[in-house]
Design a protein around this ligand. Structure first.
Ligand code: ADP
Ligand code: NA
Length: 327
Protein backbone atom coordinates (compact mmCIF):
# COMPACT_ATOMS: atom_id res chain seq x y z
CA UNK A 1 0.00 0.00 0.00
CA UNK A 2 1.29 3.45 -0.87
CA UNK A 3 2.03 5.85 1.95
CA UNK A 4 0.04 9.04 2.26
CA UNK A 5 1.81 12.25 1.28
CA UNK A 6 2.67 15.18 3.50
CA UNK A 7 4.00 18.54 2.36
CA UNK A 8 5.21 21.41 4.50
CA UNK A 9 7.68 24.26 4.39
CA UNK A 10 9.17 27.24 6.16
CA UNK A 11 10.16 30.49 4.56
CA UNK A 12 13.73 31.77 4.95
CA UNK A 13 12.64 35.30 5.74
CA UNK A 14 14.24 35.43 9.17
CA UNK A 15 15.93 33.22 11.74
CA UNK A 16 13.65 30.43 12.89
CA UNK A 17 11.87 30.66 16.21
CA UNK A 18 10.72 28.19 18.80
CA UNK A 19 7.26 28.65 17.24
CA UNK A 20 8.45 27.28 13.91
CA UNK A 21 10.12 24.38 15.66
CA UNK A 22 7.29 23.35 17.99
CA UNK A 23 4.48 24.22 15.57
CA UNK A 24 6.05 22.61 12.52
CA UNK A 25 9.45 20.86 12.49
CA UNK A 26 9.05 18.81 15.66
CA UNK A 27 5.85 17.31 14.25
CA UNK A 28 7.42 16.56 10.90
CA UNK A 29 9.99 14.48 12.74
CA UNK A 30 7.21 12.45 14.35
CA UNK A 31 5.34 11.98 11.08
CA UNK A 32 8.22 11.22 8.73
CA UNK A 33 8.23 7.42 9.07
CA UNK A 34 4.57 6.97 8.28
CA UNK A 35 4.30 9.32 5.31
CA UNK A 36 5.90 10.04 1.99
CA UNK A 37 7.13 13.48 3.03
CA UNK A 38 8.17 16.61 1.19
CA UNK A 39 9.85 19.22 3.36
CA UNK A 40 10.63 22.39 1.53
CA UNK A 41 12.48 25.64 2.19
CA UNK A 42 10.04 28.05 0.59
CA UNK A 43 12.33 30.78 -0.70
CA UNK A 44 9.76 31.99 -3.25
CA UNK A 45 7.50 32.83 -0.32
CA UNK A 46 10.28 34.72 1.46
CA UNK A 47 10.54 37.34 -1.30
CA UNK A 48 6.95 38.48 -0.79
CA UNK A 49 8.65 40.93 1.55
CA UNK A 50 12.03 42.55 0.90
CA UNK A 51 15.08 40.30 1.39
CA UNK A 52 18.80 40.91 1.32
CA UNK A 53 20.23 38.47 -1.30
CA UNK A 54 23.27 37.21 0.65
CA UNK A 55 21.21 36.74 3.78
CA UNK A 56 18.42 34.95 1.92
CA UNK A 57 20.96 32.54 0.43
CA UNK A 58 22.54 31.90 3.85
CA UNK A 59 19.23 31.36 5.63
CA UNK A 60 17.93 29.00 2.96
CA UNK A 61 20.85 26.65 3.60
CA UNK A 62 20.61 27.12 7.37
CA UNK A 63 16.99 26.04 7.38
CA UNK A 64 17.84 22.94 5.38
CA UNK A 65 20.56 22.18 7.96
CA UNK A 66 18.04 22.77 10.74
CA UNK A 67 15.59 20.29 9.25
CA UNK A 68 18.29 17.62 9.21
CA UNK A 69 19.67 18.56 12.64
CA UNK A 70 16.16 18.32 14.11
CA UNK A 71 15.96 14.71 13.02
CA UNK A 72 14.47 14.74 9.53
CA UNK A 73 16.17 12.01 7.58
CA UNK A 74 17.12 13.15 4.06
CA UNK A 75 17.30 9.52 2.96
CA UNK A 76 13.67 8.85 3.83
CA UNK A 77 12.16 12.22 2.90
CA UNK A 78 12.34 14.67 0.06
CA UNK A 79 14.11 17.80 1.30
CA UNK A 80 14.34 20.57 -1.25
CA UNK A 81 14.43 24.25 -2.00
CA UNK A 82 11.30 25.62 -3.61
CA UNK A 83 12.97 27.75 -6.31
CA UNK A 84 14.80 24.65 -7.56
CA UNK A 85 11.47 23.33 -8.76
CA UNK A 86 10.13 25.81 -11.35
CA UNK A 87 6.77 24.01 -11.51
CA UNK A 88 5.82 25.81 -8.27
CA UNK A 89 5.97 29.22 -9.96
CA UNK A 90 4.19 28.02 -13.06
CA UNK A 91 1.41 26.19 -11.21
CA UNK A 92 0.94 29.27 -9.03
CA UNK A 93 0.30 31.39 -12.14
CA UNK A 94 -2.20 28.89 -13.47
CA UNK A 95 -4.02 28.63 -10.14
CA UNK A 96 -4.07 32.43 -9.84
CA UNK A 97 -6.50 32.37 -12.71
CA UNK A 98 -8.83 30.13 -10.71
CA UNK A 99 -8.69 32.23 -7.53
CA UNK A 100 -10.80 35.29 -6.79
CA UNK A 101 -9.46 38.62 -5.59
CA UNK A 102 -12.15 38.60 -2.91
CA UNK A 103 -10.88 35.32 -1.48
CA UNK A 104 -7.33 36.63 -1.21
CA UNK A 105 -8.49 39.91 0.25
CA UNK A 106 -10.14 38.01 3.11
CA UNK A 107 -6.91 36.33 4.26
CA UNK A 108 -6.19 37.61 7.77
CA UNK A 109 -2.43 37.19 7.42
CA UNK A 110 -2.47 39.49 4.39
CA UNK A 111 -4.62 42.01 6.21
CA UNK A 112 -2.24 42.01 9.21
CA UNK A 113 0.94 42.21 7.18
CA UNK A 114 -0.29 44.79 4.70
CA UNK A 115 -1.38 47.02 7.54
CA UNK A 116 2.17 47.05 8.84
CA UNK A 117 3.73 47.58 5.40
CA UNK A 118 1.58 50.53 4.42
CA UNK A 119 2.36 51.59 0.83
CA UNK A 120 4.90 48.95 -0.11
CA UNK A 121 2.72 45.86 -0.36
CA UNK A 122 3.85 43.63 -3.21
CA UNK A 123 1.39 41.78 -5.43
CA UNK A 124 3.34 38.69 -4.35
CA UNK A 125 2.26 39.17 -0.75
CA UNK A 126 -1.35 39.26 -1.91
CA UNK A 127 -0.91 36.13 -4.05
CA UNK A 128 1.14 34.21 -1.50
CA UNK A 129 -1.70 31.78 -0.60
CA UNK A 130 -2.01 30.75 -4.27
CA UNK A 131 1.67 29.83 -4.39
CA UNK A 132 1.10 27.88 -1.19
CA UNK A 133 -1.81 26.07 -2.84
CA UNK A 134 0.45 25.21 -5.79
CA UNK A 135 3.16 23.90 -3.41
CA UNK A 136 0.71 21.54 -1.80
CA UNK A 137 -1.37 20.45 -4.78
CA UNK A 138 1.61 19.58 -6.99
CA UNK A 139 2.47 16.56 -4.84
CA UNK A 140 -0.93 14.91 -4.40
CA UNK A 141 -0.63 15.90 -0.77
CA UNK A 142 -2.95 14.27 1.76
CA UNK A 143 -1.85 16.10 4.88
CA UNK A 144 -0.27 19.49 5.58
CA UNK A 145 1.30 19.75 9.06
CA UNK A 146 1.21 23.46 9.91
CA UNK A 147 0.55 25.80 12.81
CA UNK A 148 -2.90 27.29 13.31
CA UNK A 149 -1.87 30.53 11.56
CA UNK A 150 -1.87 28.64 8.25
CA UNK A 151 -5.33 27.10 8.60
CA UNK A 152 -7.07 29.76 6.52
CA UNK A 153 -4.51 29.43 3.73
CA UNK A 154 -4.99 25.70 3.69
CA UNK A 155 -8.74 26.10 3.42
CA UNK A 156 -8.22 28.31 0.39
CA UNK A 157 -5.97 25.63 -1.17
CA UNK A 158 -8.81 23.15 -0.67
CA UNK A 159 -11.30 25.55 -2.27
CA UNK A 160 -9.05 26.11 -5.28
CA UNK A 161 -8.52 22.35 -5.70
CA UNK A 162 -12.24 21.64 -5.53
CA UNK A 163 -13.07 24.46 -7.91
CA UNK A 164 -10.59 23.20 -10.50
CA UNK A 165 -11.75 19.59 -10.07
CA UNK A 166 -15.37 20.63 -10.58
CA UNK A 167 -14.62 22.83 -13.56
CA UNK A 168 -12.63 20.16 -15.43
CA UNK A 169 -12.44 16.68 -13.92
CA UNK A 170 -10.77 15.25 -10.80
CA UNK A 171 -7.19 16.55 -10.94
CA UNK A 172 -6.10 17.43 -7.42
CA UNK A 173 -6.30 15.57 -4.19
CA UNK A 174 -8.01 17.85 -1.64
CA UNK A 175 -5.54 18.16 1.27
CA UNK A 176 -6.27 18.24 5.00
CA UNK A 177 -4.57 20.41 7.62
CA UNK A 178 -2.75 18.64 10.40
CA UNK A 179 -2.50 21.04 13.33
CA UNK A 180 -0.66 20.01 16.51
CA UNK A 181 -2.80 20.16 19.62
CA UNK A 182 -0.49 21.92 22.06
CA UNK A 183 1.95 23.84 19.90
CA UNK A 184 -0.68 25.05 17.43
CA UNK A 185 0.19 28.62 18.28
CA UNK A 186 3.18 29.54 20.40
CA UNK A 187 2.69 33.13 21.50
CA UNK A 188 5.01 36.11 21.79
CA UNK A 189 6.71 36.15 25.21
CA UNK A 190 6.17 39.89 25.64
CA UNK A 191 2.69 40.03 24.15
CA UNK A 192 0.97 36.66 24.56
CA UNK A 193 -2.01 37.85 22.50
CA UNK A 194 -0.04 37.57 19.24
CA UNK A 195 1.91 34.66 17.80
CA UNK A 196 5.64 34.27 18.26
CA UNK A 197 7.10 35.14 14.88
CA UNK A 198 10.45 35.71 13.28
CA UNK A 199 8.81 38.59 11.47
CA UNK A 200 8.26 40.54 14.69
CA UNK A 201 10.71 43.22 15.69
CA UNK A 202 10.79 42.70 19.45
CA UNK A 203 13.62 40.20 20.09
CA UNK A 204 12.54 39.61 23.68
CA UNK A 205 9.24 38.29 22.36
CA UNK A 206 10.71 35.31 20.54
CA UNK A 207 13.25 32.58 21.10
CA UNK A 208 15.42 31.81 18.13
CA UNK A 209 16.43 28.21 17.55
CA UNK A 210 20.08 29.29 17.62
CA UNK A 211 19.83 31.42 20.79
CA UNK A 212 22.43 30.57 23.42
CA UNK A 213 21.33 29.04 26.76
CA UNK A 214 22.00 32.38 28.47
CA UNK A 215 19.78 34.26 26.05
CA UNK A 216 17.03 31.65 26.31
CA UNK A 217 17.08 31.82 30.10
CA UNK A 218 17.01 35.60 30.05
CA UNK A 219 14.09 35.78 27.60
CA UNK A 220 12.02 33.22 29.51
CA UNK A 221 12.72 34.86 32.86
CA UNK A 222 11.48 38.17 31.39
CA UNK A 223 8.39 36.65 29.77
CA UNK A 224 5.23 38.56 30.63
CA UNK A 225 3.02 36.74 33.17
CA UNK A 226 0.37 38.04 35.57
CA UNK A 227 -0.28 38.71 39.24
CA UNK A 228 -2.31 35.55 39.93
CA UNK A 229 0.78 33.69 41.10
CA UNK A 230 -0.53 30.20 40.32
CA UNK A 231 0.75 27.99 37.47
CA UNK A 232 -2.63 27.38 35.90
CA UNK A 233 -3.76 26.61 32.35
CA UNK A 234 -6.29 29.39 31.96
CA UNK A 235 -7.27 31.85 29.22
CA UNK A 236 -7.07 34.53 31.88
CA UNK A 237 -3.34 33.85 32.25
CA UNK A 238 -2.19 33.90 28.61
CA UNK A 239 1.51 34.27 29.47
CA UNK A 240 1.55 31.27 31.80
CA UNK A 241 -0.68 29.34 29.41
CA UNK A 242 1.87 29.90 26.66
CA UNK A 243 4.73 28.71 28.87
CA UNK A 244 2.70 25.61 29.76
CA UNK A 245 2.10 24.96 26.06
CA UNK A 246 5.81 25.25 25.37
CA UNK A 247 6.63 22.89 28.25
CA UNK A 248 3.92 20.50 27.09
CA UNK A 249 5.09 20.46 23.46
CA UNK A 250 8.65 19.73 24.54
CA UNK A 251 8.08 17.17 27.30
CA UNK A 252 4.88 15.52 26.09
CA UNK A 253 3.26 16.13 29.50
CA UNK A 254 -0.32 17.37 29.34
CA UNK A 255 -1.16 20.86 30.67
CA UNK A 256 -3.01 19.17 33.58
CA UNK A 257 0.09 17.17 34.48
CA UNK A 258 2.19 20.32 34.36
CA UNK A 259 -0.29 22.21 36.56
CA UNK A 260 -0.18 19.38 39.09
CA UNK A 261 3.61 19.23 39.05
CA UNK A 262 3.85 22.96 39.79
CA UNK A 263 1.16 23.22 42.47
CA UNK A 264 2.37 25.66 45.10
CA UNK A 265 5.36 26.59 42.99
CA UNK A 266 6.24 30.20 42.14
CA UNK A 267 6.66 31.60 38.62
CA UNK A 268 10.43 31.98 38.98
CA UNK A 269 10.95 28.24 39.51
CA UNK A 270 8.49 27.32 36.77
CA UNK A 271 10.14 29.70 34.31
CA UNK A 272 13.55 28.34 35.17
CA UNK A 273 12.32 24.80 34.41
CA UNK A 274 10.74 25.92 31.13
CA UNK A 275 14.02 27.55 30.12
CA UNK A 276 15.94 24.36 30.99
CA UNK A 277 13.53 22.26 28.95
CA UNK A 278 14.04 24.53 25.93
CA UNK A 279 17.80 24.54 26.33
CA UNK A 280 17.91 20.74 26.63
CA UNK A 281 15.78 20.37 23.52
CA UNK A 282 17.70 22.87 21.40
CA UNK A 283 21.32 22.30 22.46
CA UNK A 284 21.90 19.04 20.56
CA UNK A 285 20.18 20.50 17.48
CA UNK A 286 22.36 23.60 17.59
CA UNK A 287 25.49 21.46 17.79
CA UNK A 288 24.43 19.49 14.72
CA UNK A 289 23.51 22.62 12.75
CA UNK A 290 26.94 24.08 13.34
CA UNK A 291 28.60 20.92 12.01
CA UNK A 292 26.27 20.59 9.03
CA UNK A 293 26.71 24.22 7.96
CA UNK A 294 30.38 23.52 7.36
CA UNK A 295 29.64 20.48 5.25
CA UNK A 296 28.57 22.33 2.11
CA UNK A 297 29.08 19.31 -0.14
CA UNK A 298 26.75 17.17 1.91
CA UNK A 299 24.01 19.82 2.02
CA UNK A 300 24.35 20.40 -1.71
CA UNK A 301 24.00 16.69 -2.27
CA UNK A 302 20.81 16.62 -0.18
CA UNK A 303 19.08 19.52 -1.93
CA UNK A 304 20.10 18.37 -5.40
CA UNK A 305 18.69 14.90 -4.83
CA UNK A 306 15.59 16.44 -3.30
CA UNK A 307 15.08 18.74 -6.27
CA UNK A 308 15.43 15.84 -8.68
CA UNK A 309 12.68 13.87 -6.98
CA UNK A 310 10.45 16.91 -6.46
CA UNK A 311 10.87 18.06 -10.07
CA UNK A 312 9.84 14.65 -11.33
CA UNK A 313 6.63 14.53 -9.30
CA UNK A 314 5.74 18.22 -9.72
CA UNK A 315 6.29 18.26 -13.48
CA UNK A 316 3.95 15.34 -13.94
CA UNK A 317 1.21 17.17 -12.09
CA UNK A 318 1.94 20.42 -13.91
CA UNK A 319 1.53 18.66 -17.25
CA UNK A 320 -1.78 17.24 -16.07
CA UNK A 321 -3.03 20.72 -15.13
CA UNK A 322 -1.89 22.19 -18.44
CA UNK A 323 -3.70 19.53 -20.43
CA UNK A 324 -6.95 20.08 -18.57
CA UNK A 325 -6.77 23.80 -19.24
CA UNK A 326 -6.14 23.29 -22.94
CA UNK A 327 -2.39 23.82 -23.41
P1 ADP B 1 6.74 32.76 10.40
O1 ADP B 1 5.31 32.99 10.75
O2 ADP B 1 7.63 32.60 11.59
O3 ADP B 1 7.26 33.69 9.34
P2 ADP B 1 6.33 30.69 8.39
O4 ADP B 1 5.20 31.47 7.83
O5 ADP B 1 7.51 30.43 7.56
O6 ADP B 1 6.81 31.32 9.77
O7 ADP B 1 5.73 29.34 8.94
C1 ADP B 1 6.43 28.13 8.98
C2 ADP B 1 5.70 27.12 9.82
O8 ADP B 1 5.83 27.46 11.20
C3 ADP B 1 4.20 27.06 9.55
O9 ADP B 1 3.77 25.72 9.65
C4 ADP B 1 3.63 27.87 10.68
O10 ADP B 1 2.30 27.48 10.96
C5 ADP B 1 4.56 27.51 11.81
N1 ADP B 1 4.59 28.56 12.84
C6 ADP B 1 5.09 29.81 12.70
N2 ADP B 1 4.97 30.50 13.83
C7 ADP B 1 4.35 29.67 14.73
C8 ADP B 1 3.94 29.81 16.10
N3 ADP B 1 4.14 30.94 16.77
N4 ADP B 1 3.36 28.74 16.69
C9 ADP B 1 3.16 27.59 16.03
N5 ADP B 1 3.51 27.40 14.74
C10 ADP B 1 4.11 28.43 14.09
NA1 NA C 1 3.37 31.76 9.31
Amino acid sequence: EEKKVIFSGIKPSGDLTLGNYLGAIKNWVKLQDNYDSYFCVVDLHAITVKQEPALLRKRTIEILALYIASGIDPEKNTLFIQSHVPAHSEAAWLLNCYTYMGELGRMTQFKDKSQKLGESISAGLFNYPVLMAADILLYNTDLVPVGKDQKQHLELARDIAERFNNLYSPTFKVPEAYIPERAAKIMDLQDPTRKMSKSEDNPNGYILLMDTPEVIKKKISRAVTDTVGVVRYSEEQPGIMNLINIMSAITGLTPEEIERKYTGCGYAQFKSDVADAIVNELSPIQGKVKKLINDKTYLEDVYKKGAEKANYVANKMLRKIQKKIGF
